[in-house]
Each structure stands twice: as structure tokens, then as C-alpha cells.
Write a protein that binds this ligand. Structure first.
Ligand SMILES: NC(=O)c1ccc[n+]([C@@H]2O[C@H](COP(=O)([O-])OP(=O)(O)OC[C@H]3O[C@@H](n4cnc5c(N)ncnc54)[C@H](O)[C@@H]3O)[C@@H](O)[C@H]2O)c1
Length: 282
């Protein structure tokens, strides 16, 4: 979708971190931006930043785990800023726990926020992306953890089993959806960021619903030397804009991660080679 000027984007989870970066990036590209978030103050703040830069924006409170809230978001967004052309699905939570200790509640929380929020966002917004009959685009946020599987160790200080499994699901969902929507001229991308400055630990902890155990103590923010290694979220926006314009499936913020993906793919190819050799010898 080359022409973004004057079109409207809805960014779900747009009030902080990567969603904020995407909101500012779309505004920079000339789009009107609906900033939707469960935290109204954050959504208002980002919408204010868009307006301060001369763009049109509306802040709407929405809960990405609640289909009726997402339908209401779509209606209100259309009323306030017109036909919707781009959906950015950005809600997620980080869960740091070894898989062998994860409970039913942990899995429910991870699947609901990291996968079903995206499925529901698409279900609620797709009729609106179709309604105007022009080009449209969906970009959902997964992670590098959607194309890599790094067990806890020197390279990975956390236990991201549920996170990794659910982010792989978002990548697969997006690839399958892309195939289904291609004939309708609706593009689909999946954003796979590396480390980006954000409030993910804190927003995950404070927005955990009672059905998954309720709010948790917020983790201490990363030390300044770690934070300094993270990409500023404002740099994610232009990466997403370029990918929407070029209709790329995978959207990578950290191309330097490629050797890790290649090494993983190679391990899979080695297993195919093993299987072929084993079959010959049977
Ligand atoms: N920060 C990173 O290094 C990184 C890397 C890879 C992927 N990601 C992914 O990026 C996405 C955005 O995370 P972030 O790191 O920018 O964190 P963030 O906490 O700064 O932003 C997430 C936003 O989602 C909102 N939110 C949470 N629950 C919601 C709900 N039910 N309905 C609506 N809004 C809700 C939060 O209030 C917050 O504004 C997540 O999917 C995360 O997994 C982050």
C-alpha cells in the first residue's frame, strides 16, 4: 500500500513503546492515527504528540482481549477519523518463567494477550478495512522470538518459553492470513523487533486480568547500560512504514539478527539430511 497520505491507521496498544513509535511513524507518513490502548492516559499522551506534530489523531480506550470493546473501537475510530486503511495490532505481554513451571493461568494469559488479541483485532477491524473497497494493510507485532527459539542462557537472560511459542503463532497466523487476503488487495505484515525501549514488563504486570491471577508487582526497569543498548521506539515507526509501503511479510528492525535465524534454519536442514540418510540405511 504505497499511498498512506491522508489515510487512517488504528494502532492497538499504541500508548507506549513500539505502538507509540508506530503511531508517530504513521503520522510522519501523513496518516491520521487512532491511538487505542487499555491505558487511556497513555493513549491520550501519544495522540497529543501526533497533534503537536501537526497530524490528526484520536485516543480511544480499548481492551484487545474483549471483542465487543474492539468492535466499539472500530465504530468510534471510523466516526472520528474516517475510513480505516491500516491496522497495527501491537498488544503483548512478557512472561519470564521456565516452561516446566508454567501453569494453566500462565498459558491462558500468554495466549490471550499475545495471540488472541491479534486474532480478535483482525476479526473486529477487517470488515472496516474491506468496507471502503481500496487498498488496506494489517501489521501485527510478534518479535524476533517469533523466528528464533533461544533457551535461557548466556545469550538470553530470561525464560521466554510461552512468549516464544505465542510469538511463533503470531508469525504463522500472519503468513496464513496474508495468503487469504492477497486477492482482496489487503496486505499483511508481521513485525519481528529485537530489543526496543518500552514499558513491556510494567504494562504486562499491571494489566494482568484477575482471571489470569491479577496485577503483579512491576519489575524494576532495566539498568541504564542495558536500556542504552535498546533501540529507541521512534526508530521502529519508519521501519514499519517502509514495510507497509513495500508489502513485506516479515518486518525486521534488527537485520544484524540474520545469522541467528540462518543458524536455526541450518539446524532444521541438518535434521532433514539426517532423516534422508537414516531412510536410506533402513
Ligand atoms: N520492547 C521490546 O523489546 C519488544 C521486542 C519484541 C517484541 N515486542 C512486542 O511489542 C509489542 C508492544 O510491546 P512494547 O514492548 O512496546 O511494550 P509497552 O508496554 O511499552 O506497550 C504495550 C502497550 O499495550 C497496551 N496494552 C496492554 N494490554 C492491553 C489490552 N488488553 N488492550 C489494549 N492495550 C493493551 C499497554 O498499555 C501498552 O501501552 C508487544 O507485542 C511485545 O511483545 C517488544
Amino acid at each position: 500500500m504505497q499511498d498512506l497520505q491522508g489515510k487512517t491507521a488504528v494502532v492497538i496498544g499504541g500508548g507506549s513503546g513500539i505502538g507509540r513509535g508506530i503511531s508517530l511513524g504513521f503520522a510522519e507518513a501523513g496518516m491520521s492515527v487512532v491511538v487505542a490502548d487499555i491505558e487511556s492516559d497513555s493513549a491520550e499522551r501519544v495522540a497529543g504528540e501526533v497533534r503537536a506534530r501537526g497530524g490528526k489523531s484520536a485516543a480511544i480506550r480499548a481492551d484487545a482481549t474483549d471483542p465487543s470493546s474492539l468492535e466499539a473501537l472500530a465504530e468510534q475510530a471510523t466516526r472520528e477519523l474516517g475510513a480505516i486503511h491500516v491496522l497495527s495490532n501491537n498488544v503483548g505481554v512478557v512472561i519470564d518463567k521456565p516452561l516446566t513451571r508454567c501453569t494453566e493461568e500462565d498459558w491462558g494469559w500468554g495466549i490471550e494477550f499475545n495471540l488472541l488479541s491479534i486474532v480478535r483485532g483482525v476479526r473486529a477491524l477487517l470488515p472496516h478495512l474491506r468496507a471502503h473497497g481500496g487498498e488496506a494493510h494489517i501489521v501485527s507485532t510478534a518479535s524476533l522470538a517469533g523466528v528464533l527459539a533461544l533457551p535461557s542462557g548466556p545469550m538470553m537472560p530470561a525464560h521466554l518459553g510461552i512468549y516464544t511459542a505465542t510469538k511463533h503463532a503470531v508469525v504463522a497466523f500472519s503468513e496464513m492470513l496474508r495468503g487469504e487476503l492477497e486477492p482482496e488487495r489487503i496486505g499483511v505484515s508481521v513485525l519481528c523487533p529485537g530489543l526496543v525501549r518500552s514499558n513491556l514488563g510494567a504494562t504486562s504486570a499491571r494489566n494482568r486480568p484477575a482471571r489470569f491471577g491479577g496485577a503483579m508487582t512491576e519489575p524494576t526497569p532495566p539498568a541504564p547500560e542495558i536500556a542504552a543498548m535498546m533501540m529507541p521506539e521512534e526508530r521502529v515507526g519508519p521501519v514499519v512504514v517502509d514495510a507497509v509501503r513495500a508489502n513485506r511479510l516479515h518486518v525486521f528492525t534488527h537485520p544484524e539478527a540474520r545469522p541467528m535465524v540462518e543458524a536455526r534454519q541450518q539446524r532444521m536442514l541438518d535434521d532433514f539430511a539426517f532423516a534422508a540418510k537414516a531412510r536410506e540405511s533402513r
